[in-house]
Ligand binder design. Structure first.
Ligand code: ZN
Ligand code: ZN
Length: 256
């Protein structure tokens, strides 16, 4: 079975992605209620029993809202940094695997690389998952790109990348000045230009799929984000997809 990945939904109201190599299935974050999670899993032809673990990126509610309830009900191991755990936003976890940010570890047949990122949480990290020589990177919720992030994601075959906001739309939009400053700060979220500039650092011979993710509903438009990404990737023969809030995206198979 080829390595494949999908999303239950992406945006400020809830995030969760799934990685599946045919042996091991992992969720990355779970920001949805139990009812929503079950409905969204079934759209991907999955049930809770299919899930072998949840990797948590950080403790913001749009990433962890559903983690505790789901993990307790179905006895699913949860991997998270000490800082994310100490934030006390997740509740009791029956099978708790604390990790050091930056550590690599294995879950079943999947190699997991945790990558520290600059974001306003206790100990945030993002993940690169590798199996059968195929790497899928998830990179959202960071205020700027560090050298370490560049190096860690360079050879991804597929990448879910944050295109959170358009800077002009954020500046002219409805949010308070405080929130605008937080989102656009070095510890906030990537804007469209930051995300597209990051693409220059990737090995585009490796990259086959780019998924525009964690779009702000108020401060971005899909057309804008897609236009910026397409311009940057002109001549590249991979596929650009979008993870939206309502339904994420259906399975994408990654072939070598
Ligand atoms: Zn988020
Ligand atoms: Zn966040």
């Amino acid at each position: 079975m080829p390595v494949r990945f999908a999303s239950l939904g992406s945006g400020s109201k809830g995030n969760s992605a799934v990685f599946d190599d045919g042996v091991t299935r992992l969720l990355i974050d779970l920001g949805f209620s139990l009812k929503e999670t079950l409905a969204r899993l079934s759209r991907l032809r999955l049930s809770p029993e299919n899930i072998d673990g949840i990797l948590v990126t950080h403790e913001h509610a749009d990433h962890v809202h559903g983690v505790g309830v789901f993990a307790r009900k179905y006895h699913i191991p949860v991997f998270l940094t000490h800082g994310s755990y100490n934030s006390k936003q997740i509740g009791d976890i029956p099978v708790l695997k604390k990790i050091n940010c930056g550590q690599n570890f294995e879950v079943g047949s999947v190699e997991v690389q945790s990558v520290p990122v600059p974001h306003d949480a206790k100990e945030p990290c993002q993940y690169v998952l590798t199996s059968q020589n195929i790497s899928v990177g998830v990179l959202t919720d960071l205020g700027h790109i560090t050298q370490h992030v560049k190096a860690s994601y360079r050879n991804c075959d597929a990448l879910l990348l944050e295109f959170n906001h358009d800077l002009e739309m954020l500046r002219n939009g409805p949010y308070s000045d405080l929130l605008k400053r937080r989102i656009s700060s070095d510890f906030g979220h990537l804007n469209n230009l930051q995300a597209s500039e990051f693409l220059r650092n990737l090995d585009l011979d490796c990259l086959k799929h780019l998924v525009i993710s964690h779009l702000s509903e108020k401060n971005n438009s899909l057309n804008l984000a897609r236009a910026v990404a397409s311009k940057e990737l002109e001549g590249w023969d991979g596929l650009i997809s979008v993870a939206d809030q309502k339904s994420g995206f259906d399975w994408i198979n990654v072939a070598i």
